[in-house]
Design a protein around this ligand. Structure first.
Ligand code: NDP
Length: 505
Protein backbone atom coordinates (compact mmCIF):
# COMPACT_ATOMS: atom_id res chain seq x y z
CA UNK A 1 0.00 0.00 0.00
CA UNK A 2 1.15 3.46 -0.77
CA UNK A 3 2.46 5.19 2.39
CA UNK A 4 0.30 8.29 1.87
CA UNK A 5 -2.87 6.16 1.75
CA UNK A 6 -1.81 4.33 4.92
CA UNK A 7 -1.15 7.69 6.57
CA UNK A 8 -4.56 9.00 5.57
CA UNK A 9 -6.22 5.95 7.15
CA UNK A 10 -4.57 6.83 10.47
CA UNK A 11 -3.36 3.29 10.88
CA UNK A 12 -1.37 2.09 13.85
CA UNK A 13 2.41 2.31 13.19
CA UNK A 14 2.76 -1.48 13.36
CA UNK A 15 -0.01 -1.94 10.77
CA UNK A 16 1.52 0.64 8.42
CA UNK A 17 4.85 -1.12 8.59
CA UNK A 18 3.29 -4.58 8.26
CA UNK A 19 1.41 -3.80 5.05
CA UNK A 20 4.23 -1.70 3.58
CA UNK A 21 6.60 -4.70 3.59
CA UNK A 22 6.40 -7.51 1.06
CA UNK A 23 4.58 -10.26 2.94
CA UNK A 24 5.89 -13.81 3.00
CA UNK A 25 4.57 -17.08 4.38
CA UNK A 26 5.87 -19.10 7.31
CA UNK A 27 7.49 -22.46 6.57
CA UNK A 28 9.85 -24.20 8.96
CA UNK A 29 10.42 -21.01 10.95
CA UNK A 30 11.43 -18.99 7.85
CA UNK A 31 9.44 -16.30 6.08
CA UNK A 32 9.53 -17.35 2.45
CA UNK A 33 8.18 -16.56 -1.01
CA UNK A 34 6.17 -19.11 -2.93
CA UNK A 35 8.12 -21.70 -4.93
CA UNK A 36 6.58 -20.29 -8.12
CA UNK A 37 7.48 -16.71 -7.19
CA UNK A 38 3.84 -15.75 -7.90
CA UNK A 39 1.87 -13.48 -5.57
CA UNK A 40 -1.79 -12.78 -4.82
CA UNK A 41 -3.29 -9.32 -4.42
CA UNK A 42 -5.03 -8.54 -1.14
CA UNK A 43 -7.87 -6.01 -1.33
CA UNK A 44 -9.49 -3.49 0.98
CA UNK A 45 -13.20 -4.35 0.58
CA UNK A 46 -14.21 -0.81 1.57
CA UNK A 47 -12.57 0.57 -1.60
CA UNK A 48 -11.64 -2.36 -3.82
CA UNK A 49 -8.01 -1.11 -3.75
CA UNK A 50 -5.03 -3.43 -3.38
CA UNK A 51 -3.46 -3.16 0.08
CA UNK A 52 -0.83 -5.90 0.03
CA UNK A 53 0.57 -8.87 -1.84
CA UNK A 54 1.12 -12.33 -0.42
CA UNK A 55 2.80 -15.40 -1.88
CA UNK A 56 0.62 -17.59 -4.09
CA UNK A 57 1.50 -20.90 -2.48
CA UNK A 58 0.92 -24.12 -4.41
CA UNK A 59 1.48 -27.86 -4.04
CA UNK A 60 5.26 -27.40 -3.79
CA UNK A 61 4.91 -24.99 -0.89
CA UNK A 62 2.38 -27.25 0.79
CA UNK A 63 4.79 -30.14 0.42
CA UNK A 64 7.62 -28.08 1.94
CA UNK A 65 5.37 -27.09 4.82
CA UNK A 66 4.16 -30.65 5.43
CA UNK A 67 7.76 -31.89 5.45
CA UNK A 68 8.69 -29.21 7.98
CA UNK A 69 5.71 -30.13 10.14
CA UNK A 70 6.56 -33.83 9.92
CA UNK A 71 10.18 -33.18 10.87
CA UNK A 72 9.20 -31.09 13.88
CA UNK A 73 6.69 -33.71 14.95
CA UNK A 74 8.97 -36.73 14.64
CA UNK A 75 11.95 -35.03 16.28
CA UNK A 76 9.82 -34.12 19.27
CA UNK A 77 10.49 -30.40 19.01
CA UNK A 78 7.07 -29.75 20.50
CA UNK A 79 5.88 -33.07 21.91
CA UNK A 80 9.24 -33.49 23.65
CA UNK A 81 8.56 -30.48 25.86
CA UNK A 82 6.69 -31.04 29.07
CA UNK A 83 2.97 -30.33 28.83
CA UNK A 84 3.50 -27.50 31.27
CA UNK A 85 6.15 -25.87 29.04
CA UNK A 86 3.87 -26.17 26.03
CA UNK A 87 0.99 -24.71 28.01
CA UNK A 88 3.10 -21.71 29.07
CA UNK A 89 4.07 -20.97 25.44
CA UNK A 90 0.45 -21.26 24.28
CA UNK A 91 -0.59 -18.94 27.13
CA UNK A 92 2.07 -16.46 26.02
CA UNK A 93 0.59 -16.39 22.50
CA UNK A 94 -2.70 -15.29 24.11
CA UNK A 95 -0.84 -12.55 26.00
CA UNK A 96 0.90 -11.36 22.84
CA UNK A 97 -2.42 -11.19 21.00
CA UNK A 98 -3.78 -9.02 23.82
CA UNK A 99 -0.66 -6.84 23.73
CA UNK A 100 -1.18 -6.25 20.00
CA UNK A 101 -4.95 -5.81 20.19
CA UNK A 102 -5.14 -2.50 18.36
CA UNK A 103 -2.79 -3.53 15.60
CA UNK A 104 -4.59 -6.83 14.98
CA UNK A 105 -8.01 -5.16 15.13
CA UNK A 106 -6.94 -2.62 12.50
CA UNK A 107 -5.53 -5.32 10.23
CA UNK A 108 -8.81 -7.21 10.53
CA UNK A 109 -10.95 -4.13 9.80
CA UNK A 110 -8.78 -3.21 6.83
CA UNK A 111 -8.53 -6.67 5.29
CA UNK A 112 -11.95 -8.14 6.07
CA UNK A 113 -14.03 -4.94 6.28
CA UNK A 114 -15.54 -5.64 9.70
CA UNK A 115 -16.13 -2.69 12.05
CA UNK A 116 -13.04 -1.87 14.09
CA UNK A 117 -15.24 -1.72 17.21
CA UNK A 118 -16.24 -5.36 16.66
CA UNK A 119 -12.68 -6.47 15.93
CA UNK A 120 -11.51 -4.76 19.16
CA UNK A 121 -14.33 -6.09 21.31
CA UNK A 122 -14.79 -9.57 19.87
CA UNK A 123 -12.38 -10.97 17.27
CA UNK A 124 -9.10 -10.13 18.99
CA UNK A 125 -10.09 -10.78 22.64
CA UNK A 126 -11.80 -14.05 21.68
CA UNK A 127 -8.65 -15.13 19.81
CA UNK A 128 -6.49 -14.39 22.85
CA UNK A 129 -8.97 -16.21 25.07
CA UNK A 130 -8.85 -19.31 22.88
CA UNK A 131 -5.08 -19.60 23.43
CA UNK A 132 -5.45 -18.88 27.17
CA UNK A 133 -8.25 -21.43 27.55
CA UNK A 134 -6.43 -24.12 25.58
CA UNK A 135 -3.16 -23.49 27.45
CA UNK A 136 -4.87 -24.83 30.57
CA UNK A 137 -5.76 -28.09 28.82
CA UNK A 138 -2.15 -28.87 27.86
CA UNK A 139 -1.53 -30.43 31.29
CA UNK A 140 -4.91 -32.14 31.48
CA UNK A 141 -5.01 -34.43 28.46
CA UNK A 142 -5.50 -37.76 30.20
CA UNK A 143 -6.49 -41.32 29.47
CA UNK A 144 -8.28 -43.82 31.72
CA UNK A 145 -7.63 -47.11 33.41
CA UNK A 146 -10.19 -49.86 33.14
CA UNK A 147 -10.78 -53.31 34.58
CA UNK A 148 -10.99 -56.08 31.99
CA UNK A 149 -12.99 -59.32 32.27
CA UNK A 150 -11.83 -61.10 29.06
CA UNK A 151 -14.12 -64.18 29.38
CA UNK A 152 -12.03 -66.38 27.03
CA UNK A 153 -8.91 -66.21 29.30
CA UNK A 154 -10.33 -67.32 32.63
CA UNK A 155 -8.10 -66.56 35.60
CA UNK A 156 -5.82 -64.21 33.68
CA UNK A 157 -5.26 -60.70 34.96
CA UNK A 158 -4.68 -57.64 32.86
CA UNK A 159 -3.88 -54.03 33.51
CA UNK A 160 -5.30 -51.73 30.83
CA UNK A 161 -5.18 -48.03 30.25
CA UNK A 162 -5.67 -45.52 27.46
CA UNK A 163 -3.35 -42.73 26.38
CA UNK A 164 -4.32 -39.73 24.27
CA UNK A 165 -1.57 -39.02 21.78
CA UNK A 166 -1.30 -36.15 19.30
CA UNK A 167 -2.75 -37.19 15.95
CA UNK A 168 0.41 -36.01 14.16
CA UNK A 169 0.67 -33.57 11.27
CA UNK A 170 -2.51 -31.56 10.92
CA UNK A 171 -3.71 -29.59 7.89
CA UNK A 172 -6.09 -26.73 8.63
CA UNK A 173 -8.01 -24.66 6.09
CA UNK A 174 -9.85 -21.54 7.21
CA UNK A 175 -12.27 -19.00 5.69
CA UNK A 176 -12.27 -15.23 5.57
CA UNK A 177 -15.18 -14.27 7.82
CA UNK A 178 -13.19 -14.21 11.11
CA UNK A 179 -9.61 -14.49 9.84
CA UNK A 180 -7.74 -14.18 13.14
CA UNK A 181 -10.34 -15.97 15.23
CA UNK A 182 -10.58 -18.93 12.85
CA UNK A 183 -6.79 -19.26 12.96
CA UNK A 184 -6.99 -19.23 16.78
CA UNK A 185 -9.85 -21.76 16.84
CA UNK A 186 -7.76 -24.14 14.74
CA UNK A 187 -4.20 -23.57 15.96
CA UNK A 188 -4.69 -23.35 19.73
CA UNK A 189 -6.26 -26.80 20.31
CA UNK A 190 -4.00 -28.58 17.81
CA UNK A 191 -0.93 -27.04 19.45
CA UNK A 192 -2.28 -27.97 22.88
CA UNK A 193 -2.52 -31.60 21.81
CA UNK A 194 1.10 -31.55 20.60
CA UNK A 195 0.42 -31.61 16.85
CA UNK A 196 2.48 -29.92 14.14
CA UNK A 197 0.42 -27.85 11.76
CA UNK A 198 0.11 -26.50 8.23
CA UNK A 199 -2.50 -23.73 8.18
CA UNK A 200 -3.89 -22.56 4.81
CA UNK A 201 -5.51 -19.14 5.21
CA UNK A 202 -8.22 -17.66 2.97
CA UNK A 203 -6.99 -15.83 -0.11
CA UNK A 204 -9.16 -12.80 0.73
CA UNK A 205 -7.87 -12.24 4.27
CA UNK A 206 -4.35 -13.53 4.93
CA UNK A 207 -2.90 -10.59 6.87
CA UNK A 208 -3.87 -11.10 10.51
CA UNK A 209 -2.91 -14.80 10.48
CA UNK A 210 0.52 -13.88 9.09
CA UNK A 211 0.96 -11.37 11.91
CA UNK A 212 -0.17 -14.08 14.33
CA UNK A 213 2.60 -16.27 12.87
CA UNK A 214 5.15 -13.66 13.97
CA UNK A 215 3.66 -13.61 17.47
CA UNK A 216 3.73 -17.41 17.61
CA UNK A 217 7.46 -17.31 16.83
CA UNK A 218 7.96 -14.59 19.42
CA UNK A 219 6.27 -16.78 22.04
CA UNK A 220 8.93 -19.45 21.52
CA UNK A 221 7.15 -22.10 19.44
CA UNK A 222 9.85 -24.24 17.79
CA UNK A 223 10.39 -23.98 14.03
CA UNK A 224 8.18 -26.17 11.88
CA UNK A 225 5.44 -26.65 14.49
CA UNK A 226 3.24 -23.96 12.96
CA UNK A 227 3.50 -23.33 9.21
CA UNK A 228 1.23 -20.76 7.56
CA UNK A 229 0.69 -20.96 3.80
CA UNK A 230 -1.08 -18.34 1.69
CA UNK A 231 -2.59 -19.30 -1.65
CA UNK A 232 -5.73 -20.19 -3.55
CA UNK A 233 -8.04 -22.95 -2.41
CA UNK A 234 -7.53 -25.07 -5.51
CA UNK A 235 -3.76 -24.52 -5.62
CA UNK A 236 -2.84 -24.73 -1.93
CA UNK A 237 -5.93 -25.99 -0.05
CA UNK A 238 -6.61 -28.97 -2.32
CA UNK A 239 -3.03 -30.37 -2.18
CA UNK A 240 -3.08 -29.99 1.60
CA UNK A 241 -6.32 -31.97 1.86
CA UNK A 242 -4.92 -34.65 -0.48
CA UNK A 243 -1.41 -34.81 0.98
CA UNK A 244 -0.44 -38.39 1.85
CA UNK A 245 1.63 -37.34 4.87
CA UNK A 246 -1.06 -35.27 6.59
CA UNK A 247 -2.73 -37.26 9.37
CA UNK A 248 -5.73 -35.04 9.93
CA UNK A 249 -7.50 -32.22 8.14
CA UNK A 250 -9.69 -29.67 9.85
CA UNK A 251 -11.73 -27.44 7.56
CA UNK A 252 -14.07 -24.49 8.03
CA UNK A 253 -15.92 -23.12 5.02
CA UNK A 254 -18.64 -23.99 2.57
CA UNK A 255 -20.41 -27.36 2.54
CA UNK A 256 -19.48 -27.63 -1.14
CA UNK A 257 -15.74 -27.47 -0.42
CA UNK A 258 -16.28 -29.63 2.68
CA UNK A 259 -17.38 -32.44 0.36
CA UNK A 260 -14.19 -31.98 -1.71
CA UNK A 261 -12.13 -32.26 1.47
CA UNK A 262 -13.81 -35.56 2.33
CA UNK A 263 -13.16 -36.84 -1.20
CA UNK A 264 -9.51 -35.76 -1.03
CA UNK A 265 -9.08 -37.60 2.29
CA UNK A 266 -10.77 -40.67 0.88
CA UNK A 267 -8.68 -40.55 -2.29
CA UNK A 268 -5.37 -40.20 -0.48
CA UNK A 269 -4.53 -41.68 2.93
CA UNK A 270 -7.98 -41.68 4.59
CA UNK A 271 -6.76 -38.96 6.92
CA UNK A 272 -9.12 -38.02 9.76
CA UNK A 273 -11.48 -35.16 8.91
CA UNK A 274 -13.40 -32.62 10.94
CA UNK A 275 -15.62 -30.05 9.27
CA UNK A 276 -17.36 -26.85 10.30
CA UNK A 277 -19.60 -25.92 7.38
CA UNK A 278 -22.56 -23.80 6.43
CA UNK A 279 -25.83 -22.99 8.13
CA UNK A 280 -29.32 -21.62 7.60
CA UNK A 281 -30.23 -21.24 11.21
CA UNK A 282 -33.79 -20.73 12.50
CA UNK A 283 -34.35 -18.00 15.07
CA UNK A 284 -37.75 -18.25 16.78
CA UNK A 285 -39.57 -15.44 18.58
CA UNK A 286 -42.51 -16.57 20.72
CA UNK A 287 -45.24 -14.06 21.52
CA UNK A 288 -44.38 -14.03 25.23
CA UNK A 289 -40.78 -12.91 24.57
CA UNK A 290 -39.47 -9.62 25.87
CA UNK A 291 -39.50 -7.81 22.53
CA UNK A 292 -37.23 -5.06 23.83
CA UNK A 293 -34.56 -7.75 23.94
CA UNK A 294 -35.74 -10.07 21.17
CA UNK A 295 -35.92 -7.43 18.41
CA UNK A 296 -32.33 -6.17 18.69
CA UNK A 297 -31.33 -9.78 19.39
CA UNK A 298 -32.89 -10.98 16.14
CA UNK A 299 -31.24 -8.11 14.24
CA UNK A 300 -27.85 -8.94 15.76
CA UNK A 301 -28.37 -12.63 14.98
CA UNK A 302 -28.33 -11.87 11.26
CA UNK A 303 -26.50 -8.57 10.84
CA UNK A 304 -23.51 -9.30 13.10
CA UNK A 305 -20.41 -9.54 10.87
CA UNK A 306 -22.66 -8.49 7.93
CA UNK A 307 -24.37 -11.89 8.03
CA UNK A 308 -21.05 -13.51 7.06
CA UNK A 309 -21.40 -15.92 9.92
CA UNK A 310 -22.01 -19.65 9.56
CA UNK A 311 -24.35 -19.52 12.56
CA UNK A 312 -26.28 -16.42 11.38
CA UNK A 313 -29.96 -16.44 12.35
CA UNK A 314 -31.03 -16.09 8.73
CA UNK A 315 -34.53 -17.58 9.00
CA UNK A 316 -36.59 -15.66 11.53
CA UNK A 317 -39.88 -17.24 12.68
CA UNK A 318 -42.22 -14.97 14.63
CA UNK A 319 -45.49 -15.88 16.37
CA UNK A 320 -48.27 -14.26 14.40
CA UNK A 321 -49.66 -11.94 17.09
CA UNK A 322 -46.30 -10.13 17.38
CA UNK A 323 -45.22 -10.61 13.76
CA UNK A 324 -45.82 -7.04 12.51
CA UNK A 325 -44.16 -5.52 15.56
CA UNK A 326 -41.05 -7.70 15.21
CA UNK A 327 -40.78 -7.14 11.45
CA UNK A 328 -41.07 -3.40 12.02
CA UNK A 329 -38.52 -3.49 14.84
CA UNK A 330 -35.94 -5.57 12.95
CA UNK A 331 -36.48 -3.45 9.81
CA UNK A 332 -35.92 -0.26 11.84
CA UNK A 333 -32.70 -1.72 13.20
CA UNK A 334 -31.63 -2.63 9.65
CA UNK A 335 -32.46 0.78 8.20
CA UNK A 336 -30.72 2.54 11.10
CA UNK A 337 -27.39 0.74 10.71
CA UNK A 338 -24.53 3.00 9.75
CA UNK A 339 -22.65 1.55 6.78
CA UNK A 340 -19.04 2.55 6.23
CA UNK A 341 -15.44 1.39 6.06
CA UNK A 342 -14.49 -1.00 8.85
CA UNK A 343 -11.77 1.37 10.06
CA UNK A 344 -14.25 4.17 10.75
CA UNK A 345 -15.06 3.93 14.51
CA UNK A 346 -18.70 4.89 13.95
CA UNK A 347 -19.33 2.15 11.35
CA UNK A 348 -21.89 -0.45 12.40
CA UNK A 349 -21.73 -2.50 9.21
CA UNK A 350 -18.76 -2.60 6.88
CA UNK A 351 -18.53 -3.89 3.31
CA UNK A 352 -18.88 -7.60 2.56
CA UNK A 353 -15.53 -9.24 2.07
CA UNK A 354 -15.05 -9.36 -1.70
CA UNK A 355 -16.43 -8.63 -5.14
CA UNK A 356 -17.39 -12.33 -5.45
CA UNK A 357 -19.41 -12.28 -2.24
CA UNK A 358 -20.98 -8.94 -3.23
CA UNK A 359 -22.13 -10.37 -6.58
CA UNK A 360 -23.29 -13.59 -4.94
CA UNK A 361 -25.42 -11.80 -2.32
CA UNK A 362 -26.79 -9.39 -4.93
CA UNK A 363 -27.88 -12.47 -6.88
CA UNK A 364 -29.89 -13.58 -3.84
CA UNK A 365 -31.48 -10.14 -3.42
CA UNK A 366 -32.57 -10.25 -7.07
CA UNK A 367 -33.82 -13.83 -6.72
CA UNK A 368 -35.82 -12.91 -3.60
CA UNK A 369 -37.60 -10.06 -5.37
CA UNK A 370 -38.22 -12.02 -8.58
CA UNK A 371 -39.64 -14.98 -6.60
CA UNK A 372 -42.14 -12.67 -4.90
CA UNK A 373 -40.56 -11.78 -1.55
CA UNK A 374 -40.96 -8.19 -0.32
CA UNK A 375 -38.11 -6.22 1.20
CA UNK A 376 -39.43 -4.63 4.41
CA UNK A 377 -35.97 -3.07 4.70
CA UNK A 378 -33.02 -2.85 2.33
CA UNK A 379 -33.06 -5.06 -0.73
CA UNK A 380 -30.38 -3.19 -2.65
CA UNK A 381 -26.64 -2.90 -2.92
CA UNK A 382 -24.91 0.42 -2.62
CA UNK A 383 -23.45 1.58 -5.92
CA UNK A 384 -19.94 3.06 -6.05
CA UNK A 385 -16.65 2.07 -4.49
CA UNK A 386 -16.47 -0.82 -2.07
CA UNK A 387 -18.74 -3.80 -1.48
CA UNK A 388 -21.55 -2.30 0.58
CA UNK A 389 -25.00 -3.86 0.81
CA UNK A 390 -28.13 -2.73 2.58
CA UNK A 391 -29.12 -4.94 5.51
CA UNK A 392 -32.25 -6.62 4.19
CA UNK A 393 -35.42 -8.01 5.76
CA UNK A 394 -37.54 -10.17 3.43
CA UNK A 395 -41.21 -10.95 4.19
CA UNK A 396 -43.94 -12.69 2.15
CA UNK A 397 -41.54 -15.56 1.66
CA UNK A 398 -42.14 -19.26 0.96
CA UNK A 399 -39.82 -22.03 2.20
CA UNK A 400 -38.96 -23.12 -1.33
CA UNK A 401 -37.63 -19.69 -2.34
CA UNK A 402 -33.86 -19.53 -2.83
CA UNK A 403 -33.55 -16.89 -0.11
CA UNK A 404 -35.18 -19.27 2.39
CA UNK A 405 -33.53 -22.48 1.28
CA UNK A 406 -29.90 -21.55 0.59
CA UNK A 407 -27.14 -20.09 2.72
CA UNK A 408 -26.72 -16.46 1.61
CA UNK A 409 -23.84 -15.52 3.92
CA UNK A 410 -24.77 -11.88 3.81
CA UNK A 411 -26.96 -9.39 5.73
CA UNK A 412 -30.26 -10.86 4.57
CA UNK A 413 -32.97 -12.33 6.80
CA UNK A 414 -36.29 -13.90 5.84
CA UNK A 415 -39.17 -13.55 8.31
CA UNK A 416 -42.13 -15.94 8.43
CA UNK A 417 -45.12 -16.02 10.82
CA UNK A 418 -46.28 -19.09 12.77
CA UNK A 419 -49.46 -19.68 14.75
CA UNK A 420 -48.55 -22.01 17.61
CA UNK A 421 -45.51 -23.61 19.13
CA UNK A 422 -46.32 -26.99 17.64
CA UNK A 423 -44.92 -29.71 15.39
CA UNK A 424 -45.49 -27.53 12.30
CA UNK A 425 -43.16 -24.88 13.74
CA UNK A 426 -40.54 -27.51 14.63
CA UNK A 427 -40.80 -29.01 11.13
CA UNK A 428 -40.41 -25.57 9.51
CA UNK A 429 -37.42 -24.70 11.69
CA UNK A 430 -35.73 -28.02 10.92
CA UNK A 431 -36.56 -27.86 7.20
CA UNK A 432 -32.99 -27.32 6.06
CA UNK A 433 -30.04 -29.49 5.13
CA UNK A 434 -28.04 -27.62 7.77
CA UNK A 435 -28.04 -27.91 11.56
CA UNK A 436 -25.49 -25.52 12.97
CA UNK A 437 -27.40 -23.23 15.35
CA UNK A 438 -30.83 -21.99 16.41
CA UNK A 439 -32.30 -19.24 18.57
CA UNK A 440 -35.36 -19.09 20.82
CA UNK A 441 -36.81 -15.96 22.42
CA UNK A 442 -39.37 -16.52 25.18
CA UNK A 443 -40.08 -15.78 28.83
CA UNK A 444 -41.48 -19.28 29.37
CA UNK A 445 -38.64 -21.51 30.52
CA UNK A 446 -40.45 -24.78 29.94
CA UNK A 447 -41.36 -23.80 26.36
CA UNK A 448 -37.73 -22.86 25.81
CA UNK A 449 -36.47 -26.28 26.94
CA UNK A 450 -39.17 -28.20 25.05
CA UNK A 451 -38.37 -26.39 21.83
CA UNK A 452 -34.58 -26.61 22.29
CA UNK A 453 -34.88 -30.38 22.59
CA UNK A 454 -36.62 -30.60 19.21
CA UNK A 455 -34.33 -28.39 17.16
CA UNK A 456 -31.70 -30.25 15.16
CA UNK A 457 -28.84 -27.87 15.77
CA UNK A 458 -25.40 -28.08 17.37
CA UNK A 459 -26.03 -24.92 19.43
CA UNK A 460 -29.33 -23.49 20.68
CA UNK A 461 -29.23 -19.98 22.10
CA UNK A 462 -32.12 -18.96 24.35
CA UNK A 463 -32.78 -15.23 24.80
CA UNK A 464 -29.36 -14.57 23.31
CA UNK A 465 -27.58 -15.25 20.01
CA UNK A 466 -24.03 -15.46 18.68
CA UNK A 467 -22.59 -16.29 22.09
CA UNK A 468 -19.24 -17.95 21.43
CA UNK A 469 -16.84 -19.03 24.10
CA UNK A 470 -13.70 -21.15 24.15
CA UNK A 471 -15.42 -23.48 26.65
CA UNK A 472 -18.68 -23.93 24.70
CA UNK A 473 -18.61 -26.72 22.08
CA UNK A 474 -19.53 -25.54 18.59
CA UNK A 475 -20.31 -27.57 15.47
CA UNK A 476 -23.12 -28.92 13.39
CA UNK A 477 -25.79 -31.54 12.92
CA UNK A 478 -26.57 -32.74 9.39
CA UNK A 479 -24.63 -31.04 6.59
CA UNK A 480 -23.20 -28.39 8.91
CA UNK A 481 -20.23 -30.53 9.74
CA UNK A 482 -18.44 -33.30 11.57
CA UNK A 483 -17.07 -32.95 15.09
CA UNK A 484 -17.04 -30.10 17.57
CA UNK A 485 -14.66 -27.23 18.14
CA UNK A 486 -14.02 -25.60 21.55
CA UNK A 487 -14.27 -26.99 25.05
CA UNK A 488 -12.57 -30.25 25.92
CA UNK A 489 -14.43 -31.88 23.01
CA UNK A 490 -12.11 -30.28 20.47
CA UNK A 491 -9.21 -32.26 21.94
CA UNK A 492 -10.76 -35.36 20.35
CA UNK A 493 -10.17 -33.75 16.94
CA UNK A 494 -6.44 -33.67 17.46
CA UNK A 495 -5.70 -36.80 19.50
CA UNK A 496 -5.62 -40.53 18.89
CA UNK A 497 -6.76 -42.80 21.68
CA UNK A 498 -4.30 -45.62 22.31
CA UNK A 499 -5.35 -48.64 24.39
CA UNK A 500 -2.52 -50.40 26.23
CA UNK A 501 -3.16 -53.83 27.73
CA UNK A 502 -0.62 -55.65 29.95
CA UNK A 503 -0.73 -59.26 30.97
CA UNK A 504 0.11 -59.29 34.70
CA UNK A 505 0.76 -63.03 34.83
P1 NDP B 1 -14.85 -21.77 0.61
O1 NDP B 1 -15.43 -22.95 1.29
O2 NDP B 1 -14.55 -21.85 -0.83
O3 NDP B 1 -13.46 -21.35 1.33
C1 NDP B 1 -13.04 -21.72 2.60
C2 NDP B 1 -11.57 -22.11 2.55
O4 NDP B 1 -11.39 -23.25 1.72
C3 NDP B 1 -10.64 -21.04 1.95
O5 NDP B 1 -9.38 -21.07 2.58
C4 NDP B 1 -10.53 -21.51 0.52
O6 NDP B 1 -9.44 -21.01 -0.19
C5 NDP B 1 -10.43 -22.99 0.71
N1 NDP B 1 -10.75 -23.78 -0.49
C6 NDP B 1 -11.49 -23.40 -1.56
N2 NDP B 1 -11.54 -24.40 -2.46
C7 NDP B 1 -10.82 -25.42 -1.94
C8 NDP B 1 -10.51 -26.73 -2.40
N3 NDP B 1 -10.93 -27.19 -3.57
N4 NDP B 1 -9.77 -27.53 -1.60
C9 NDP B 1 -9.32 -27.08 -0.41
N5 NDP B 1 -9.57 -25.84 0.07
C10 NDP B 1 -10.32 -25.02 -0.69
O7 NDP B 1 -15.75 -20.54 0.89
P2 NDP B 1 -15.83 -19.19 0.01
O8 NDP B 1 -14.82 -18.30 0.53
O9 NDP B 1 -15.76 -19.47 -1.45
O10 NDP B 1 -17.29 -18.70 0.34
C11 NDP B 1 -18.38 -19.27 -0.38
C12 NDP B 1 -19.51 -19.61 0.53
O11 NDP B 1 -19.07 -20.57 1.50
C13 NDP B 1 -20.01 -18.46 1.38
O12 NDP B 1 -20.88 -17.65 0.68
C14 NDP B 1 -20.68 -19.21 2.49
O13 NDP B 1 -21.93 -19.67 2.09
C15 NDP B 1 -19.76 -20.38 2.72
N6 NDP B 1 -18.79 -20.12 3.80
C16 NDP B 1 -18.98 -20.68 5.01
C17 NDP B 1 -18.12 -20.39 6.04
C18 NDP B 1 -18.30 -20.97 7.40
O14 NDP B 1 -17.78 -20.40 8.37
N7 NDP B 1 -18.97 -22.10 7.55
C19 NDP B 1 -17.01 -19.47 5.89
C20 NDP B 1 -16.85 -18.97 4.54
C21 NDP B 1 -17.73 -19.29 3.57
P3 NDP B 1 -9.63 -19.60 -0.97
O15 NDP B 1 -9.47 -18.61 0.08
O16 NDP B 1 -8.59 -19.53 -1.98
O17 NDP B 1 -10.98 -19.64 -1.59
Amino acid sequence: MNAAVAEEMQLDRGVKQFIAEQRKMLINGDWVDSASGQTLDVYNPATGDIIAHVPAGNHEDIDRAVKAARRSFETGAWTGMTASERGRIIWKIGDLIQDHLEELAQLEALDNGKPITVARAADVPLSADMFHYMAGWATKIEGNTMSLSVPYTPGAQYHAYTVKEPVGVVGQIIPWNFPLLMAAWKLAPAMTCGCSIVLKVAEETPLSALRLGELIQQAGVPDGVVNIVTGLGVEAGAPLAAHPDVDKISFTGSTEVGRLIVKAAEGSNLKKVSLELGGKSPNIVLADADLEVAIPGAANAIFFNHGQCCAAGSRLFVQENVFDKVVQGVSDQASGMKLGPGLNPSTEMGPVVSRDQFDRIKGYLDAGISEGARAAAGGKVREGKGYFMEPTVFVDTKPEMKVCAEEIFGPVVTVAPFKDMDEALVAAANETVYGLAAGIWTNDVSKAHRLAAKLKAGTVWINCYNIFDAALPFGGYKQSGWGREHGHEVLNNYTENKSVCINLA
